[in-house]
Design a protein around this ligand. Structure first.
Ligand code: HEM
Length: 463
């Protein structure tokens, strides 16, 4: 349409499915328009991989994402470009490396025990569990513990929790990203004013995390030499004066970590629990592996156990292939470039259609079926394993690959192992009794799900 372009076709929440259907019709490279913005879509996984690797300078986070992030105080690594990104990325990487996650493991066990207690109580009362909301409490508790050294324990909190405010942020980022006009800069709708109140609550909580970390650094100056976590490392770097980091960078990264670790991991878990509930054979195999590895314990207690869960890991990979929580990644050309044989001028926005290859028969036989076996290298008909591993890219690729992936995989294993060892899944259904649909609010979530479980007799090892 004139002026609006394709904006009316790109329905809120279903943006990704519309672009995916265009990819099936028009092929690996095509173009669409939202208002005045022309967007080039790329659906071929090899081309996508080449673009993602050609960062941070040739392809950037889009200027609109950076601006919207800045308006909200999201100035962390996920939203940064260029030198600023390089500085922040180094610090974030060291806070999330496997060594740190290993040292944090005992706290991860404690948080998992809390979720176990919460679900046991729900099973005893016969209550349905609001799946995503419980999982987000879990992921926020884990991120705050690992990255900020603060045990916020939203899982056992009775009153309002930070996660209720965080939940509002990514849907608003998503809405503003695809809005044809930046109306909120001129006037605020009631939803924008409500959102500002959520932001104030989040900033208050972030201020407290930072104050607590400063308190620890003052109480134990040796921590300045060997900070325990991301927030301490950032404060030390900011105080050193030559890092170029500001108070706003520290707060922006705290905010970014809470968001980046919350929805992504919780929604992947929600999808996986739903897929396991609808696939009895996969569930049985995963459950028997879990019972054997746990050997009678209700939760995993040693990090080596997580490595032994090969079938469960295949279920995770298969979930992320079919239900990637980031089905579209936007980038913007920082310089003139060529993608395959297409010339791309500076400033062009690219929509990378991440799921197109992962659910194409070109790479995966019977692509719509949830089949964890294809990740175990035993399926003769499957394309070679190298392709199986390279095509889906659920954590992105190249220099901006998700730094939280190792933590996320541990969280997903901890929760699903706890669920399968202690409960029988009775049902997983949409809260409004409708179909389990996808909804894209920056991350791709299922509509709100209710989980019903029955406690099993004390977990036993498989015979
Ligand atoms: C299953 C869970 C997760 C999925 C599927 C996921 C996926 C992604 C994806 C697709 C990206 C963009 C990568 C790119 O541009 O190439 C990303 C970036 C990022 N993720 Fe994750 N993520 C997950 C969990 C986490 C966790 C637990 C954290 C931290 C607590 C985290 C922190 C980040 C950060 C900071 C970035 C920005 C990296 C940068 O721009 O340099 N993620 N993630």
């Amino acid at each position: 349409l004139p002026i609006l372009g394709n904006a009316l076709e790109l329905k809120a929440g279903r943006f990704h499915q519309v672009v995916e259907s265009w990819a099936r019709t028009y092929g690996d490279v095509f173009r669409f328009r939202i208002g005045a913005r022309r967007i080039m879509a790329v659906a071929d996984p090899h081309m996508i991989n080449a673009v993602l690797r050609d960062r941070p300078d040739r392809f950037l986070r889009t200027s609109r994402l950076v601006e919207i992030g800045q308006e909200m105080g999201l100035t962390g690594v996920l939203f940064a470009n260029g030198e600023e990104w390089r500085r922040q990325r180094r610090m974030v990487m060291s806070a999330f490396d496997p060594g740190h996650v290993r040292r944090y493991f005992p706290a991860l066990v404690d948080v998992t025990r809390r979720l176990h207690r919460r679900w046991l109580a729900a099973a005893e009362r016969g209550d349905a569990i609001p799946l995503q909301s419980d999982l987000m409490r879990y992921t926020v508790d884990v991120t705050a513990g690992l990255a900020f050294g603060t045990d916020i324990n939203t899982l056992e909190a009775k009153s309002s929790v930070i996660q209720q405010h965080l939940d509002q942020v990514l849907p608003m980022v998503s809405k503003r990203l695809i809005a044809p006009f930046r109306y909120w800069r001129v006037f605020k709708l009631p939803a924008d004013r409500r959102f500002d109140r959520h932001l104030r609550e989040i900033n208050r909580a972030i201020g407290e995390f930072i104050a607590q970390a400063r308190g620890r650094l003052e109480a134990d100056p040796a921590l300045r030499e060997r900070p325990d976590n991301l927030i301490e490392a950032m404060i030390v770097a900011r105080d050193a004066g030559d890092s170029g980091l500001t108070d706003a960078d520290v707060a922006g990264n705290v905010f970014t970590m809470l968001l980046a670790g919350e929805d992504t991991t919780a929604n992947t878990l929600a999808w996986m629990i739903w897929l396991l509930s609808s696939s009895p054979q996969a569930r049985r195999l995963a459950q028997s592996e879990v019972l054997e590895v746990l050997g009678g314990d209700p939760v995993l207690t040693r990090i080596e156990q997580t490595a032994a869960l090969r079938y469960l890991e295949a279920c995770i990979n298969e979930t992320m292939r079919i239900k990637p929580v980031a089905p579209i990644i936007f980038v913007q050309a920082g310089n003139d470039a060529t993608v395959a044989d297409v010339a791309v001028t500076r400033g062009t926005i690219l929509a990378l259609v991440m799921r197109a290859g992962a659910t194409s028969e070109r790479f995966f036989p019977d692509p719509e079926t949830f089949d964890p076996e294809r990740w175990l290298g035993q399926d003769e008909a499957a394309t070679d394993m190298a392709t199986v591993r390279r095509v889906p890219m659920p954590f992105g690729a190249g220099p901006r690959l998700c730094p939280g992936r190792y933590l996320a995989l541990q969280e997903i294993k901890m929760v699903t192992a706890m669920l399968l060892a202690n409960f029988d899944i009775l049902s997983v259904a949409s809260a409004d009794d409708g179909e389990v649909r996808e909804r894209l609010d920056f991350t791709m979530a299922p509509v709100p799900l209710l989980l019903r479980v029955a406690a099993r007799a004390a977990p036993r090892s498989a015979p």
